[in-house]
Design a protein around this ligand. Structure first.
Ligand code: SAM
Length: 165
């Protein structure tokens, strides 16, 4: 049985519809939940995966529309809370996977949170790619990150966390 959660009701509806479309509704439990809030305290999982909103936003910023939860994490509070709460929901040899980006996210802070929660993180897989800064948008921020050929180097990285002991 797979449990899928999201804070955004539209994402929850979308997941239910996808499960029906692919004929797996009987194997997928879909819940609206702020991280683990709707999960039973004693519930444990072999694998916990989150494709996280890895862009760090200022602490004072808050989402104005639910879709913004997909990209931005003010003060990295959700990443902190996720790595704090997830170990209690892991089986003995369970693993946490985070769909992350080292180039777009704050990896230093992420590994600090892992350390605080006695988790060992390692790169399980990564996909490196380059995009012309002009295709990312008109902001001078993008051009500032470009190399001599005008390319911005990005990655999507799957990070695996296990308990230290
Ligand atoms: C990068 S998107 C991933 C979307 C989709 N799961 C996928 O893999 O394509 C991040 C998702 O995390 C959800 N999210 C953000 N904060 C959350 C929270 N506190 N609790 C649960 N879900 C959250 C967002 O609503 C969004 O759907």
């Amino acid at each position: 049985m797979l449990t899928a959660v999201d804070i955004n009701p539209a994402a929850v509806d979308n997941t239910r519809i996808n499960a029906q479309r692919h004929g797996v509704s009987d194997q997928v439990r879909v819940l609206e939940s702020d991280l683990f809030s709707a999960i039973g305290e004693d519930e444990t999982f072999d694998l916990i995966y989150w494709d996280s909103p890895f862009i760090e936003a200022p602490l004072a910023w808050s989402p104005t529309i639910p879709l913004e939860y997909a990209f931005f994490d003010p003060g990295y509070a959700m990443h902190r809370n996720f790595l704090r709460a997830a170990p209690a929901h892991l089986t003995d040899r369970g693993r946490i996977f985070l769909g992350f980006s080292n180039s777009m996210g704050n990896a230093n802070l992420l590994y600090q949170f892992a350390h605080e929660n006695e988790l060992q993180g390692n790169v399980y897989n990564e996909h490196l790619f380059s995009v012309p800064s002009s295709e990312l948008g008109p902001s001078p921020e993008f051009a500032a990150h470009a190399d001599a050929e005008g390319l911005v180097h990005l990655d999507f990285t799957l990070i695996e966390f296990r308990r230290n002991h």
